[in-house]
Design a protein around this ligand. Structure first.
Ligand SMILES: Nc1ncnc2c1ncn2[C@@H]1O[C@H](COP(=O)(O)OP(=O)(O)OP(=O)(O)O)[C@@H](O)[C@H]1O
Ligand SMILES: [Mg+2]
Length: 459
């Protein structure tokens, strides 16, 4: 059993504090009260609450300063601010000072409870991420769970969205390039939702034929089609009460989109070959690596389905858009894959990996680290073990620059030249080994070396 979560209420109105105490007490929270800022800060230090509810208009010490001090003491504790007269100015100041959210007094009860739940969920997620990070940087290696690493502001924003989406039962659409962590995010949403102890079922809409996908989702009756030798439960049936993760939703055939829409709207469906109308209580999280708005415009995805799925939209940034996350990811994967957790990469490797444009995103980074660890001798991975795609790639700045003015041919030549130069450097000028490394014929390599005038003694 988990401890009761403590919510700290800092408000000078005793009646208000009592109301909140009663309300949240009924919801299973323990409530601590403070009547002014100084008292609030003292309680904050002593209790490390799961959440703070802070009135912005306090006697003596102003609410904004109290908020600032709390953020300085422990930035992981979410703070919801009450603003009295709906002054946007104060609200914006509060958000800027690090408030999780703000509510106007008097507030709507449902909205209040929902905001509290969301904020507590968000705080949990933050703590989980931080604990993992500090574990990674500590010495004794520990089994690293499949948590989400993301130190930079882009991923922090995603975490915040996860925290907000998780405790609601809302449909979520996750969009991001391949390998950005969409599945990981879907799992985090599930883990922090009210359905966390119920099934989490993944269905890949891209891998199956239309008939098989239909039967996978909705189940089938015996004899519904050739090979249907017995009745089978569909994923919506198995996941009842839980969550269904529809991966590659952009590949869902038209005929099934209609049926999915009905599940979303009415929660009803029929098994393939069946007449009985079944009801399901599932939360749907969908993911796509396509530009789904474009899919809607081109008619691949029904517009009404899109709107039903897109209630909460989480866009996962590509790894190249958040290079600051690369070093902590490297540390994370080194811990994950080195047998005793001791293997590290050299600073030059970190620099090279940080400058790469990562078309395959985090998955590609993970694979590369894993491979380097297998090949490495000793505990430090040097640039010698970097795959040639990374070591020879032009730095990110020039790769991301607007169109390069030089001709296609010139750019290809430059690239070839640097790939070969790197291979030669790595084999200490041994051309046969360089040819092997590049998996090209020695003759072609000789030709290129001559053509580009590469000196093989280059170190
Ligand atoms: N932020 C992250 N922290 C730690 N590991 C990550 C992170 N993002 C992705 N990964 C790892 O990268 C791999 C790919 O992640 P995931 O399968 O979630 O990506 P995806 O977006 O679903 O990819 P695809 O579109 O190809 O299905 C997984 O092994 C996952 O654990
Ligand atoms: Mg995936």
């Amino acid at each position: 059993m988990k401890d009761k979560r403590t919510v700290l209420v800092v408000d000078d109105e005793a009646a208000m504090r009592k109301n909140i105490n009663d309300l949240l007490g009924r919801e299973g929270y323990r409530v601590a009260e403070a009547g002014d800022g100084a008292e609030g800060l003292r309680a904050f230090r002593e209790l490390t609450p799961a959440l703070v509810l802070l009135d912005i208009n306090l006697p003596k010490m102003d609410g904004i300063s109290v908020l600032g001090e709390m953020k300085r003491l422990n930035a992981d504790v979410p703070v919801i601010v009450f603003t009295a007269y709906g002054t946007s100015e104060r609200a914006i100041m509060a958000m800027k000072a690090g408030a999780y959210d703000y509510l106007d007094k008097p507030f709507d009860l449902d909205e209040f409870l929902l905001t509290v739940k969301r904020a507590v969920g968000y705080g949990d997620l933050l703590r989980e991420v931080r604990q993992l990070r500090s574990r990674v940087s500590q010495d004794p290696p520990l089994a690293v769970t499949d948590s989400i690493i993301g130190a930079g502001p882009r991923m922090q924003e995603v975490f915040k969205q996860i925290g907000r989406a998780a405790p609601t039962d809302t449909t979520v659409l996750i969009q991001g390039e391949s390998g950005t962590g969409k599945e990981l995010i879907a799992q985090a949403i599930q883990r922090h939702s009210l359905r966390k102890d119920r099934p989490f079922i993944i269905v890949n809409c891209g891998g199956l034929t239309e008939t098989l996908l239909e039967s996978e989702l909705f189940g089938h009756e015996k004899g519904a089609f050739t090979g249907a030798v017995a009745r089978r439960e569909g994923r919506f049936e198995v996941a009842n009460g839980g969550t269904v993760f529809l991966d590659e939703i952009n590949n869902m055939p038209m005929s099934l989109q209609m049926k999915l829409l009905r599940v979303l709207q009415q929660r009803t469906y029929e098994r393939v070959g069946g007449n009985e109308t079944l009801t399901t209580d599932v939360r749907i999280i969908a993911a796509t690596n396509s530009d789904i708005e474009q899919d809607v415009r081109s008619g691949r995805i029904r517009e009404d389905l899109f709107y039903r799925l897109n209630v909460i939209h989480i866009r996962v940034p590509a790894l190249r858009e958040r290079a600051e996350d690369i070093p902590p990811l490297i540390t994370h994967f080194c811990k994950k894959y080195s047998p005793d957790g001791k293997i590290v990469v050299s600073p030059e490797v970190v620099a090279k990996l940080s400058a790469y444009h990562w078309p395959g995103n985090v998955r590609e980074l993970e694979n590369i680290i894993q491979r380097m660890i297998v090949m490495a001798q000793g505990n430090v991975i040097t640039t010698d073990y970097l795959p040639i795609t990374v070591s020879a790639a032009p730095p990110l700045a020039s790769a991301a620059a607007p169109a390069d003015e030089r001709s296609f041919r010139d750019q290809v030549r430059d690239f070839e030249r640097s790939v070969i130069a790197v291979a030669l450097r790595r084999t200490a000028g041994n051309q046969s080994r360089a040819a092997e490394l590049l998996r090209m014929s020695r003759r072609l390599l000789f030709e290129k070396i001559k053509l580009y005038n590469i000196r093989s003694d280059q170190k």
